[in-house]
Design a protein around this ligand. Sequence first.
Ligand code: HEC
Length: 113
Amino acid sequence: MQRWKNACCASLLLLAACSESGPGTADGAAAPVHPGKATYERFCFSCHAAGIAGAPKTGDADAWAPRLARGMDQMLQSTVDGMPPGMPARGLCFDCSDEQLTDAIDYMLVQNR
Ligand code: HEC
């Protein structure tokens, strides 16, 4: 009986270890991953990491301050609509929900230190 229990636990641990390191585990089982990280890295990163075309750079608090001052609602609105010519509508993530976009914006903002 005892033996069976150990084998069972070991396989559970293995399973947990696999899912933790596997791609696309947004459930944040052990180490919580920011919900906007995946969206950011797929869509927003290309412009916002380097500040392409005048995009406010991720982590550059000064660049974000005046936008942040207008409020999160406004930032979401301009993300959804786009800001011609530089910022494409929905940051090119046409499948993203407003909530996913909000998370991606938040992900950029939490890098501001
Ligand atoms: C093709 C390049 C590009 C991509 C991709 C992109 N952005 Fe931008 N983004 C810009 C540029 C350029 C600006 C500055 C626009 C301006 O001020 O006229 C901007 C501005 C913004 C702003 C500030 C809006 C405001 O109200 O001032 C937010 C928020 C933002 N982007 C979010 C995102 C998110 C979220 C994604 C990914 C889903 C994304 N962007 C993808 C280029 C991009």
